[in-house]
Write a protein that binds this ligand. Sequence first.
Ligand code: HCA
Ligand code: CU
Length: 375
Amino acid sequence: MSPFERVAFVDTTLREGEQFATARFNSAQRLAIAEALDAFGVEYIELTSPAASPQSARDLERIAKLGLRSRIVTHVRCHLDDVRLAVECGAQGVNMLYATSEQLRHASHGRNLDQIIEEAAIVIDYLKGQAVEIRFSAEDTFRTDLSELIRIYSSVAALGVHRVGLADTVGIATPRQVYATVAEVRAAVSCDIEFHGHNDAGCAVANAFCALEGGATHIDVTVLGIGERNGIASLGGMIARLATLDQALVARYDVGMLTELDAMVAAMVGIPIPFDAPISSPYAFHHKAGMHTKAVLTDPRSYEALDPAAFGLARTVAVAHRLVGWHAIAERARELGIYLSEPAARQAAARIKALGDEHELDSTTVDELLYEYAE
Ligand code: HCA
Ligand code: CU
């Protein structure tokens, strides 16, 4: 099977996403997000630790009881108290993390490698008696010495975790580094591998994709990529990445819901959908310059890597600007039910260009002008 067919998305909008600057989901919103993600078809939904706040525990319990198709997992410290609480709240999986880099070990917990493995062993031993999926992630993987990493992952894999996690916590990993590190881990363990990558250097989606190529089975995403700082790989970004290779790779998801899902979460956190969001940006399928519009009107694939219709969307072709071309003008006229010959369309385009040099145009003005050129 191709590495892209077996990917499972772990959507962490309800954990990493809650760490986004302006996010503060109430219970009803958490429920709405979980239901929407389930309807979309993500394989896993990660929720904030029940130890974080009383409401987080109640919401985990409630969402875990919904019987969604997505597996409900929670993100916890590798502590017996936390994982016990996660199990009591009905989580189907525990995503544990432990900081392993020099930097974070010093700043955060001060334990050495052997102590980390000893503590993990106690927690994993308890969890093996519970019917939950166990994941152990080394926080700040890419600033952790590779031989130490392999030792930790091999140890927890031998202890029986279902999945190990690699986290590019500060977004510094390069795509090739992600590929190489995941491939090393792939060779060392036989359990599943999860990748979580931050977007500080704008590489989150590229890094997640390289993780898949290197042998990862699970990819963390959030709606719009929201998370600490400027976030992680976005669900839409990963869907776009895979769909450009083959639309069939995303056929198991209800991709027609993506824009609605992005819009819902954007509204909840009080931001617009970013202009550069793959697929759901209002401009993702917008064509402007004359050269582009001519080619797109002849064959959309000329300037579209993805078919907007596959996502329930339509392309837009802009005519109210000075870069307009006559093909776009003729097409707009057809939409308005009027016929412009090539010379008429060329004249109209020339007029619009001159007007566009003088001031900003709007589409009503341009439409009115087209009627003047109608035969
Ligand atoms: C955090 C850290 C984390 C964890 C990722 C993981 C990161 O904010 O708690 O559990 O794999 O980026 O390292 O999100
Ligand atoms: Cu993170």
